[in-house]
Design a protein around this ligand. Structure first.
Ligand code: KG4
Ligand code: ZN
Length: 339
């Protein structure tokens, strides 16, 4: 068979990304512009700022990806673009860009579900045996899936409110720590040797649904109770110091690690699988990763997690999904819309 070259485009949130995938050689390039610095001053993503940055960067990032892959638009067979879910204004930039290029160059186009991209992101670097259990955890989503084949997956549970990454981000903001919260909370927790000081609630163990919004409330009310925070004036007392932040960070990380461990253990008791995959931005967290790897080992299962560049949002995972959808003939028309 002739090689198939897929251009992946991802603009669902705050990363403008493009990647080139070859059916025969795998990922040829993966480039992105992260908007983290633009949003950090606000403590979270501002949709209008995100869209404007995407429109400024998308052409350049795509050119960079093509150049790094040693390809031109003429070499591309298929354009795969994230069209759901995400910030509407941001998705529209990627989809309009992809449609324009596809129409001008008469290329095939496929709309990709961002979550499907994350689910299969671990398959870019590893051959994972099916069926496997996949925990996706990032700033916008936290879900558990059973994955039976490429493109064949079923959700077992998802979050009823905040995503796990969102809990890290919101609590970091509460503690006046920089955005994104996950990496900085991991660093502070490490300084406390991952001890659990405050015993935040873990939720019900025998359900596959997640809920993280209670954690923020628990942290807030604990700080109030201990006299570190005044709710009326929304200010910290002088007693609130670096050590308290470290203790909260450490306790929070241990709580989220325990919640994931509970869900995975419960899912394993219901569904026989051959492996566990941990993906999404939160999968950059080494402490949580180690805990899930230990669970896999205990159950004599293989464990996979992508390298950091494929955990956080990227276009390589979009191109990867685009490639197997193209193999299955699942193309879209130039009417492709966002959802
Ligand atoms: O997948 P991603 O780049 O974007 C979304 O689709 O949301 O994930 C970003 C999220 C943020 O909430 C960030 O705090 C979290 O991933 N994150 C981490 C770590 N690195 C990033 N959470 C915990 N520990 C980390 N080391
Ligand atoms: Zn994502």
């Amino acid at each position: 068979m002739n090689d198939r070259i897929v251009l992946g485009i991802e603009t669902s949130c705050d990363e403008t990304a493009a990647a080139v995938y070859s059916n025969q050689h795998g990922i040829l390039s993966s480039k992105l512009f992260s908007q983290v610095a633009l949003h950090s001053q606000f403590g979270g993503v501002i949709p209008e700022v995100a869209s404007r940055s995407h429109i400024e960067k998308i052409t350049h990032i795509t050119q960079e990806a093509l150049h790094a892959a040693g390809k031109t638009l003429d070499d591309i067979d298929v354009i795969a673009v994230t069209n759901k879910p995400g910030l509407p204004g941001s998705l529209l930039i990627g989809v309009c860009f992809a449609k324009t290029v596809a129409w001008a160059k008469q290329k095939k186009i496929i709309g990709i579900n961002h979550l499907e991209g994350h689910i299969f992101s671990a398959c870019i670097e590893y051959t994972i045996p099916f069926p496997f259990l996949c925990l996706t955890a990032s700033g916008g989503h936290t879900s558990l899936y059973i994955v039976r084949h490429l493109g064949d997956y079923q959700p077992l549970g998802q979050t009823a409110d905040d995503a796990a990454g969102e809990a890290f981000d919101k609590i970091a903001k509460l503690l006046q720590l920089p955005y994104p919260g996950g990496p900085v909370i991991e660093k502070l927790a490490q300084q406390m040797h991952f001890q659990d000081f405050y015993h935040y609630p873990r939720g019900a163990p025998k359900t596959l649904q997640f809920s993280f919004s209670g954690l923020k409330t628990a942290v807030l009310y604990d700080l109030v109770k201990l006299g570190y925070y005044d709710l009326a004036t929304r200010t910290f007392s002088d007693a609130m110091n670096e050590q308290v932040k470290q203790e909260v960070a450490s306790s929070l990380l241990v709580a989220i690690k325990d919640i994931f461990a509970q869900k995975i253990t419960h899912a394993l008791s219901l569904h026989p699988v051959k492996a566990i995959a941990f993906v999404g931005g939160v999968a950059c967290n080494k402490f949580i990763k180690k805990s899930l790897k230990d669970i896999a080992q205990k159950h004599q299962l293989l464990f996979f997690s992508p390298s950091a560049q494929y955990c956080t949002d990227n276009a390589a995972m979009i191109a990867f999904v685009g490639n197997y959808k193209a193999a299955q003939g699942k193309f879209d028309s130039y009417d492709l819309d966002i959802y």
